[in-house]
Design a protein around this ligand. Structure first.
Ligand SMILES: C[S@@+](CC[C@H](N)C(=O)[O-])C[C@H]1O[C@@H](n2cnc3c(N)ncnc32)[C@H](O)[C@@H]1O
Length: 137
């Protein structure tokens, strides 16, 4: 589901970036290792991507909006940015050590679509014991 104008303005504002990077992300990611293969679903304007990419992992991002995906490629040459739906991921099973998404589930238009996105996140997440790979939304 596309973002409306207010949402677009908010998600690329300095205030949003500051809040996400100083409070939300450090709290949400406090127990999640980010040094392996990390997949972000719904990176949007890249506020969360920039923070994640600074933690040493090999980043991949899947964004459904073609214009945002193109912009992310320009912003983050080291991130493998794919245009696509997080509910139909073009990756092998157990490819990633962590799968994350922030502030995006409400853009996925139905509970069934959200379930498919979670199922895909679980499919591509590596199973290494019970406590290593994690999905955070
Ligand atoms: C509100 S933005 C959040 C951006 C960023 N994660 C943040 O927190 O600042 C949500 C993003 O999710 C994307 N999105 C929505 N549904 C998606 C889907 N099914 N697969 C991948 N991306 C999706 C939207 O296009 C939008 O860029």
């Amino acid at each position: 589901m596309a973002m409306n104008a207010v949402h677009r303005r908010l998600c690329q504002s300095d205030g949003w970036a500051t809040r996400m990077r100083s409070r939300v992300l450090p709290w949400a990611m406090r127990d999640v290792p980010l040094t392996g293969n990390v997949l972000e679903l719904g990176p949007g304007y890249g506020v969360t991507t920039r923070w994640l990419a600074g933690h040493g992992g090999r980043m991949t991002a899947v964004e459904v909006d073609p214009a945002l995906a193109a912009d992310l490629r320009d912003q983050f040459p080291a991130v493998d940015v794919r245009e696509g739906d997080g509910a139909a991921l073009p990756f092998e099973d157990e490819t990633f050590d962590a799968v994350v998404c922030f502030t995006m589930l409400h853009h996925v238009p139905s509970p069934e679509h959200q379930d498919r996105l979670f199922a895909e996140a679980a499919r591509v997440l590596r199973r290494v014991g019970c406590s290593r790979g994690r999905t955070v939304c």
